[in-house]
Design a protein around this ligand. Structure first.
Ligand SMILES: [Zn+2]
Length: 410
C-alpha cells in the first residue's frame, strides 16, 4: 500500500467541485493536488467523478452469510441473533476464504477501509489473523476492532454456548491475546467493549485504558434495542450511555454503534464528549431496529459515520442516504442533513473513527480515492454530493485506489 504515481481526474470533489485534478502520490500518500492541470504524459486518467475512498466503520464479515436466509422466517432482533449464533464456528481456511470474498465485494463498492468488529475468539487470534490476511490479499485497509465479550447480560447471566466462544474469560486474558496482534501496513488493531450487556464496568474501564495506552480507536455497540436500556436501568440504575460516562469511557476516540434508544440526557453526554456515532441503516432496517435521533446527536457534537454491519447490503452510499431517508419517515421532516454532511459521514468521519488519515483529497493524506461513472441522461454535469448521495450507488464505482495502488479497475 505504498504506491506512487500520477492520476489525472476529469472531475473530483475536494470539498468543492474541481476539474482536471492532478493527484501526485508518493509512498502511499498524496503529495499534491492541483486543479485545472492538463494531463501530463504518463498520468493515469480517471474519467468520471473522483472522491475519497469510502469508510465502512462497522462490519461483521461472517454475517454476510445470513443474506437471504433470514428474510423468510419471522421474529425480532433476538430471534435473528439466535440464527446468527449458528454461524459463529469457523476454521481458519473457511473464514479466510469467506472474508476475502466479502472484502472484495466491499472494495468493488468503493470501500477502502473496513472496521471489522471481531468477537469470534474460539481459537484465540486465529480468525482475527484470517481477517487481516484476507484484507491484505484483496488490498483493503482493515481496522481489526477486537471486542471484549465476557458475560451473557447485565444481570450476570452465564454465557450461552455460542457466547462462550466469544469470551476470553476475563479482561486480562483479552488484553494478553490482543497484545499478540500487531499493526502493520494497512492494518490497525483497535479495541471494543462489545456492549454494556457483555462487559462489566471494571472490565470496560480496562479495555478503554488499553485502547488509550495504544492510542487506537475504541468502539462499542450502544442501545440498539430497548431491552438493553431497560436492563441497564434495572441493574445499574442508569442508561447505557450514562454508564459509559460514569466509567470514564466517553471521549472523541470512542465510536458507538447504533445509538438508537438514547434519550435527551444521553444525547447531551455523547455530544459533550464528541463521541462518534456509527449508524448502520441497512442492517438496522433488516433487524427491525428503530431509527435513532441522528440529527440531534450531530447537533449535540457527535460526528456521524456509517457501516454495513451485518452486510445484508454492501453499499456505503446507500448507508449515507439511508441515514437521512430513514429519519424522514420517522420524523415526517425532510433534509435533516445536507448531502455534504452525509458524504463526510461516508468518508472523513468514518476514516477518523477507524484511525486512518484518509477521507479527503489533500496533500499528506493516505492516497485512497475512488471514481464513479459520471451520471448520463441527467442534467447533472458537475460533481456534487447531492447527486453522489442520492443518485449513485456501489455499482457506479469504476476505479479504486488504496495507498496509491489501483486495486479495482472496471
Ligand atoms: Zn454490530
Amino acid at each position: 500500500m505504498k504506491g506512487s504515481g500520477l492520476w489525472h481526474a476529469e472531475q473530483a470533489w475536494l470539498g468543492h467541485a474541481a476539474r482536471n485534478v492532478l493527484i501526485e502520490v508518493e509512498g502511499g500518500r498524496i503529495k499534491s493536488v492541483i486543479e485545472d492541470a492538463p494531463p501530463p504524459p504518463g498520468a493515469t486518467t480517471l474519467m468520471g467523478w473522483t472522491i475519497p475512498g469510502l469508510a465502512n466503520v462497522h462490519s461483521h464479515a461472517f454475517q454476510h452469510m445470513l443474506r437471504g436466509t433470514v428474510e423468510s422466517g419471522a421474529g425480532d432482533f433476538w430471534a435473528w441473533r439466535r440464527e446468527m449464533y449458528r454461524l459463529t464456528d469457523w476454521d481458519w481456511a473457511d473464514y479466510y476464504k469467506y472474508s476475502r470474498f466479502v472484502f472484495q465485494e466491499m472494495l468493488d463498492a468503493g470501500v477502502t477501509a473496513v472496521g471489522e468488529f471481531h468477537y469470534l475468539h474460539r481459537h484465540g487470534n486465529e480468525l482475527g489473523e484470517a481477517l487481516i490476511q484476507a484484507a491484505g490479499e484483496v488490498g483493503i485497509r482493515i481496522t481489526l476492532i477486537d471486542a471484549c465479550y465476557l458475560r451473557g447480560g447485565l444481570d450476570r447471566r452465564p454465557l450461552n454456548e455460542a457466547q462462550r466462544s466469544f469470551s476470553d474469560g476475563d479482561v486480562e486474558h483479552w488484553a494478553k491475546r490482543v497484545d499478540q496482534l500487531k499493526d502493520s501496513e494497512g492494518v490497525r488493531i483497535a479495541a471494543a467493549i462489545h456492549s454494556v450487556r457483555a462487559v462489566d464496568p471494571k472490565s470496560m474501564r480496562a479495555v478503554a485504558e488499553w485502547a488509550r495506552r495504544h492510542k487506537t480507536p475504541l468502539h462499542a455497540h450502544l442501545a440498539e434495542q430497548p431491552a438493553e436500556v431497560e436492563e441497564c436501568k434495572t441493574v445499574e440504575g442508569c442508561t447505557p450511555a450514562e454508564l459509559l460516562e460514569r466509567e470514564g469511557i466517553l471521549g472523541p476516540d470512542l465510536t458507538v454503534v447504533h445509538a438508537i434508544h438514547v434519550d435527551e440526557h444521553d444525547i447531551a453526554l455523547l455530544g459533550a464528549h464528541s463521541v462518534n456515532v456509527c449508524a448502520c441503516p441497512t442492517s438496522e432496517r433488516d433487524l427491525g431496529d428503530r431509527v435513532g435521533p441522528l440529527r440531534e446527536l450531530a447537533d449535540a457534537g457527535c460526528p456521524l459515520a456509517v457501516g454495513s454491519d451485518s452486510n445484508a447490503v454492501i453499499d456505503i452510499l446507500e448507508e449515507a442516504r439511508a441515514l437521512e431517508l430513514d429519519q424522514r419517515r420517522a420524523t415526517g421532516r425532510r433534509v435533516l442533513h445536507q448531502p455534504e454532511e452525509l458524504l463526510r459521514a461516508a468518508t472523513q468521519n468514518g476514516m477518523r473513527a477507524l484511525g486512518w488519515d484518509a477521507g479527503e483529497l489533500k496533500a499528506g493524506m493516505l492516497a485512497d480515492f475512488i471514481t464513479l461513472d459520471q451520471p448520463r441522461h441527467t442534467a447533472w454535469r458537475e460533481i456534487h454530493p447531492a447527486y453522489l448521495i442520492y443518485g449513485q450507488s456501489a455499482c457506479d464505482v469504476t476505479n479504486v485506489v488504496v495507498g496509491g495502488k489501483t486495486v479495482v479497475s472496471k
